[in-house]
Design a binder for this molecule. Sequence first.
Ligand code: ADP
Ligand code: ASP
Ligand code: MG
Length: 414
Amino acid sequence: MARIVQKYGGTSVGSVEKIENVADRVTRAAEAGSELIVVVSAMGKSTDQLVGLANDITEHPSKREMDMLLSTGEQVTISLLTMALLKRGVEAVSYTGGQAGILTEATHGNARIKEIDSERLTNQLEAGKVLVVAGFQGVTEDGSITTLGRGGSDTTAVALAAAVGADRCEIYTDVTGVFTTDPRYVKKARKLQAVSYDEMLEMANLGAGVLHPRAVEFAKNYEVPLMVASSMVEETGTMIEEEVTVEKNLIVRGIAFENDVTKVTVAGLPNRMDTLPKLFSILSSNGVNVDIIIQNQYDEDHVNISFSITQCSLKETVACLEQAKNELEFEHLYHEEDLAKVSIVGSGMISNPGVAATMFEALAKNEIFIKMVSTSEIKVSAVVSEDDMVMAVEVLHDAFKLDEVHEEQAAQLV
Ligand code: ADP
Ligand code: ASP
Ligand code: MG
């Protein structure tokens, strides 16, 4: 008997009608004889609404109370879906994250799962129950409710799949799979048959919101076969797996992008061994997360250091650097807001020189100015103006012919 974890995201459970649709789908899977855990998100935009309520009360809500508040969104869905299943004669039972045995670290707002005590779940599965579990939440050792970071229900699903030894984890959402890029922005985006764990992890980390990065990390570490498909349309989705056998030779498999990038430049720093460690330890001790870093020596004694951060950490960054101006001995501090990062991702890049050149040429030809660059074995990222973001993605989608099905795959599809 197959043991399956299914996850339905916010849009897929956004109304009573949609919850009834999910209940129909779960009922069919249960009647087909599968053992099922169903993980659900909060209905529609209700997490955003809860955040709004907290912000109406205070600008700086307590992180513990914020988790207490946000976790209620998913609890609404588990109870309603379970009622809909019971109405259909399916023996279902709902659990919060804590009741499902999900133990997390005590970092409120972005907790990592430490351990899952799956005994209750496996007993109930073996007793023939369909288990409906609240996504995005867990509890700390001392019983406080935590949340796993926005989009974290995917992680709940994959982590549970690993814990109960499920045969696969199916993520049902409002698109029919993982596309070459976000289909909401780029019309030519094409659904991929398969993506490797590593490629998907890069894409998710670089802004492709279709999967929570930690969900992909879990899937890779515990070798959970992962699928992304539509909760509305009956259509084969995308498999995320260790090694992709279709379109094997694709150099670039997808393009991810994110806005809200800010570039900060600390100019006129002393060209000394201790400059970099001092600068970045000040930033890290103030909780500033830095992404791309560029160092540039412009005379014998001085360097400029630029780095990128998210827009929301700008205030903190400027404040802590201004405060440390004498210690760091820099001359000027300036920043550029409203930037975006566009990244091409594909494991075929490792063995193909010239990928970055193609990317830069294509952007230059379309007069898109690149402000920063970073690379890894399987990605190249370029920081551009936010106004150019979507055009940059379209240009790169064309340059790497991502809308075309690779011949190998065409042969397989026949
Ligand atoms: P859910 O509420 O089901 O978790 P999300 O909104 O978190 O859904 O994720 C689905 C969304 O991810 C899609 O609507 C799409 O806009 C976005 N997305 C970003 N990149 C991609 C991609 N490469 N392929 C598919 N969808 C993507
Ligand atoms: N409800 C949470 C959010 O909106 C978690 C999720 O949907 O995955 O971020
Ligand atoms: Mg999501």
